[in-house]
Design a protein around this ligand. Sequence first.
Ligand SMILES: NC(=O)c1ccc[n+]([C@@H]2O[C@H](COP(=O)([O-])OP(=O)(O)OC[C@H]3O[C@@H](n4cnc5c(N)ncnc54)[C@H](OP(=O)(O)O)[C@@H]3O)[C@@H](O)[C@H]2O)c1
Length: 243
Amino acid sequence: MSENGHCALVTGASRGIGAAIATGLAADGVPVGVNYRRDREGADHVVADIEEAGGRALAVQADVAQAGAEKELFSELEEHFGPVLVLVNNAGTRADALAPQIDDEAWEHVIETNLSAAFRTTRRALRAMLRARFGRVVNVASIVGQRANPGQANYAASKAGLVALTKTVAAEVARRSVTVNAVAPGFVETELTEGVSRELVEAVPARRAGTPEEVAACVRFLASEQASYVTGALLTVDGGLTA
Ligand SMILES: NC(=O)c1ccc[n+]([C@@H]2O[C@H](COP(=O)([O-])OP(=O)(O)OC[C@H]3O[C@@H](n4cnc5c(N)ncnc54)[C@H](OP(=O)(O)O)[C@@H]3O)[C@@H](O)[C@H]2O)c1
């Protein structure tokens, strides 16, 4: 990103895929808001790594699953770096169980974190993006939103919803040169997938799990100026698992 006077926001960037995305975007020259909910230490670490490499970053606390939390998050970043013209909705969680065992709390927690939060941050970010006639929204979905994965009805519904949100908003804002895309990672080793059976890796044609950096590389492309004619797309990053 070569433009000055704006920044990127990566939600859930204190570790895992979000941390790799934040680090990658900063390396591309854009100041980055490193959002975290609880893991302050992780977020500080990401910021320190970015600064050490010559980039600019700010750790910003907000539980994006709470309606309204995006207001302060955006104000803080706007004050510090200018408008958020690159938004990566990465914060995500899971609360797995077979459908009969998913209670209302587990359903709402996953939908609020993975889907509603992305809607609210996108709504807030679009103001400045539409004004600037430039913007990049990248949503981190999952292959589980496209294909059944028993035990994840709440997670799958949230990610499928995120893809539907991506496509519709993309069509709404395309004429203002704002793009909205999604990536769908397969199996990536992070804290989120701790305890997930390694058997899954056997089913991956690439015969290995993906890395956060491999997902970040795709997000970096979609967030770049070069990706100006890519919008409403879903880029699968799964080592061939759903091919
Ligand atoms: N790993 C995979 O195989 C995989 C596959 C497909 C899709 N994905 C998606 O990729 C994204 C990142 O996953 P990951 O594997 O990197 O997970 P992770 O290692 O568990 O990291 C999740 C991040 O989200 C943050 N977060 C969670 N709830 C939040 C909230 N309410 N507000 C703000 N931040 C919040 C966490 O911060 P705190 O600790 O501070 O709460 C953490 O930084 C998620 O959307 C996930 O669904 C992952």
